[in-house]
Design a binder for this molecule. Sequence first.
Ligand code: DAH
Length: 333
Amino acid sequence: MQAKIQEYLHEVASAAPLNAQEAEALRLRFLGRKGVMNDLFADFKTVAPDARKEVGQLLNQLKTAVEAKVSEFANAKPKVSIHAEDVTRPAWGNLPGTHHPVSQVRDELVDIFRRMGFAVAEGPEMEDDWHNFTALNFPPEHPARDMQDTFFLARNPDWALRTHTSNVQVRTMETRKPPIRIIAPGRVFRNEAISSRSHCMFHQVEGLYIDRNVSFADMKQTLLEFAQAFFGPHTAIRLRPSYFPFTEPSAEMDIWWGLETETDYRMTKGTGWLEILGCGMVDPAVLESCGINPEEYSGFAFGLGVERIAMQRFAIPDIRALFENDLRLLRNL
Ligand code: DAH
């Protein structure tokens, strides 16, 4: 027991409360109702009679030491320090808040399509297999499912976090009659290793247009209109053949970015073209799955990644920076 008290004495000796709160915490730790002293006094009863004197003295010493440390602050009033500064100097302005770069880009994308007559639609982030995959022409076991590493729900693997906003296409077509013109911004999830280029959570904006006689030319003109509204009135686009299970034909759209600086070379891999989105004519099998007659209606769809565009626009080289909420970055955007 003596050794234990010595240890406490040591603790008190090296304690250096800076203010009244810290002093009070120290007092409570030792002298409070459930404090160290109380426990020690309880133990004192078990001390052998011939050691009582020594232990008793040590206990008193400890109590006095604590009281001495704390007394300095006993009547302390919070000190107000008045700096003799120029009181007529204007105050520091409050820094205004800003929208997060991902929100800024998402809102701008949505605005552009809204002006073209697209309405905003939403769908769930937790989705069943039908809406995320099967209705979009990904049959079970289809290798295209591997393109999207999925977070399945452990309890019920028929459910997953949606891997793309394309689920909103299905939900909209199932519940509405054409003509359909929607834009669906939202959060998506993929079970990918996090790196400077990919994250397990990011944002997409999905578009869908279904009506009678919708053609590939309609899609191209809509996307050109979008590209020029977002990237500047002289922006050129090109469509490259691609593959998505839910569109036929499918394409990827690039914009002409230019090849003037070293950064342009890096961003465009030396081609001058920058990939912006995936698109295509909605596959007749998808229309049929969603209860729309492909003999009567056709349409196009597209999907783009919001972070990718935000990174280009704000010259942010690492996607992780968008989710760290570092004010030094956010305040400058
Ligand atoms: N869902 C695709 C993806 O996550 C993006 C996409 C491509 C959406 C083509 C579309 C589309 O609607 O037509 O990679």
